[in-house]
Design a protein around this ligand. Structure first.
Ligand code: SF4
Length: 294
């Protein structure tokens, strides 16, 4: 009798039909490569993954990655991804986007998705600028940064995404750098394996419009938490390390805890995945609803 052998997946198996249109050297390439490698290492098959994005350079991601994909509205990717995960908890749902999309326009969803501990892997390509619209200040731009929209220098303090997601309830909070591929792959693997909201902020330099936060800027400053003896179960220490910004900036796993994910607590899902449940409406009612939504 013939036996089935598991097919070994390679990073190239996650290559999308479209080649990225990012500028040469854009930090987003590092994250794309790392996600492809992490999925291959974990043997997560493309049809088991949904990739959801908002709007921005980095939000073109689902077109470049081979899996199910949705390119949604600006700042709304987490809301759409929450719906998809609750409808089908068997899916691995990865959300990709930038700092403007996630921390600015989608800031409300960012807070509440963490609070609800929705089982998502949220990868934020943080380049501290709006790239797609050719270089305006973003919620994570440093004070004093000169951009098209702040010719005299940015006067607004930046968001603190790592500290914010820890305080709001995310159960894995980490930071990577697209120039440090090995660490990034490891952090993505931990996020994909985790049950709950895993938020990974990734320094992803915009080589075209951000001349302040360059690859060299990060290489000179980054200290890896795993090389400092950091304890990711210590929430106070995690917040303290998250607030460090200057000559030293930390990357790595800041915080990890285990709490039930939203879909594990939802009574409607006690009867199983909604896809396998009786919808309790007739076929014609179902068709009418779909027609109204199209
Ligand atoms: Fe990347 Fe910036 Fe080019 Fe957008 S504009 S693709 S963020 S380098």
């Amino acid at each position: 009798m013939a036996t089935m052998t598991a097919v070994e997946l390679k990073p190239k198996d996650y290559k999308g039909k479209i080649d990225p249109d990012w500028c040469p050297g854009c930090g987003d390439f590092g994250l794309l490569n790392a996600l492809q490698r992490a999925c291959a290492n974990l043997g997560r098959k493309p049809h088991e993954i949904l990739c959801v994005s908002g709007i921005g350079c980095s939000s073109n991601f689902p077109g470049f990655f081979h899996s199910y994909g949705m390119h949604t509205l600006h700042g709304r990717s987490l809301a759409v991804a929450t719906g998809a995960k609750m409808a089908n908890p068997d899916l691995t749902v990865v959300v990709t986007g930038g700092d403007g999309d996630g921390y600015g326009i989608g800031g409300n969803h960012f807070a509440h998705t963490a609070r609800r501990n929705v089982d998502l892997t949220y990868l934020v390509m943080n380049n501290q600028i709006y790239g797609l619209t050719t270089g305006q200040v973003s919620p994570s731009s440093d004070i004093g940064m000169k951009t098209k929209s702040t010719p005299f220098g940015n006067v607004e303090p930046p968001v603190q995404p790592i500290a914010a997601s820890i305080v709001n309830g995310a159960t894995i909070v980490a930071r990577g750098f697209s120039g440090h591929g090995k660490q990034l792959v490891s952090l993505i693997e931990q996020a994909l394996d985790h049950k709950g909201f895993a938020h990974l902020d990734v320094f992803s330099p915009c080589v075209t419009f951000n001349k302040d936060n360059t690859y060299d800027f990060f290489r000179e400053r980054i200290k890896k938490l795993e090389e400092t003896g950091h304890d990711p179960s210590n929430i106070s220490l995690a917040i303290e390390k998250a607030m460090v910004w200057g000559d030293e900036i930390y990357t790595g796993l800041f915080y990890k805890t285990n709490q039930p994910a939203l879909h594990e607590q939802e009574p409607v899902l006690e009867a199983g995945n909604m896809l396998s449940q009786d919808p309790a409406i007739t076929k014609s009612q179902e068709e009418r609803i779909i027609k109204r939504m199209m």
